[in-house]
Design a protein around this ligand. Structure first.
Ligand SMILES: Nc1nc2c(ncn2[C@@H]2O[C@H](COP(=O)(O)OP(=O)(O)OP(=O)(O)O)[C@@H](O)[C@H]2O)c(=O)[nH]1
Length: 229
């Protein structure tokens, strides 16, 4: 086997920044929304929030980014189950980025769902469905003055590319028919429409804005219609 070409590794390291994303750049999108809610594996996961049964859902050929359900061990599917649909945000959920409210929302959701014996469904919809590469490009554009909507549009992408059909499939698989949905996003509530799962109540999940996410949250409130105070 040929050894790696270390010169190109060094070069890549010292290249300061990639060029600004431009309209017309090739668009790399993550795999299309998985609509196949097939239960592939599960195990008990003890967390600081309490124990959850973690269940991975994916289609047959889609092992790499399964959606995850974290189910309280005493969840009663016959009740009005507290449910959080949380879209993946590596920057916020994993690394605590302050550019968005995602990490704090996930923390709060896990507390509420643990207390209320409910379910968190962790949907692999990084960057509102555009993937981490495009989200980082969008952040670069936001640092130049565009807002979160304008940045996606500038890249030729949808403002919000998410679909929630698979979440309904997962809830059905868990035997759940009636939910209290933790969200500020009207599109998440609307996505249940006249489907098999009834949203009996919406529960707000609002975190206090900070310096780094104030304008992001303002755009979500004023231009994306999120129910934020
Ligand atoms: N494209 C893009 N995505 C972002 C940006 N900031 C955060 N996100 C993504 O937005 C999504 C937010 O997910 P959620 O918190 O589940 O959903 P929400 O639409 O904020 O609605 P809530 O249920 O009220 O929290 C995640 O996938 C983040 O990765 C951004 O500036 N641009």
């Amino acid at each position: 086997m040929q050894p790696p070409d270390l010169r190109s590794v060094t070069l890549a390291r010292i290249t300061p920044m990639p060029p600004m994303p431009q309209q017309g750049d090739p668009i790399l999108l993550p795999p299309a929304d998985l609509t196949d809610a097939t239960r592939r594996a599960e195990a008990l996961i003890p967390t600081p929030y309490g124990d959850f049964r973690m269940i991975a859902y994916a289609g047959e050929a889609e092992d790499y980014t399964p959606h995850l359900a974290l189910v309280h061990p005493d969840m009663d599917p016959k009740g009005e189950v507290i449910v959080r649909l949380h879209s993946e945000c590596i920057t916020g959920d994993l690394f605590g980025s302050k550019r968005c409210d995602c990490g704090e929302q996930l923390d709060r959701a896990l507390r509420m769902v643990s207390a209320g014996k409910g379910v968190v469904i962790y949907l692999r919809q990084e960057g509102r469905g555009i993937g981490i590469i495009n989200k980082l490009k969008a952040y670069q554009l936001q640092d130049q003055g565009l807002d979160t909507i304008q940045a996606n549009l500038h890249l030729g992408l949808e403002i919000d590319a998410r679909h929630y059909g698979v979440a309904q499939g997962i809830l059905q698989d868990l035997g759940i028919n009636r939910i209290q949905l933790l969200t500020n996003n009207p599109l998440k509530v609307d996505s249940f429409g006249d489907g098999p799962i009834e949203v009996v109540r919406r529960l707000p999940i609002i975190v206090s804005p900070g310096e780094a996410n104030r304008s992001y949250l303002r755009t979500k409130q004023l231009d994306m219609g999120h129910w934020l105070k």
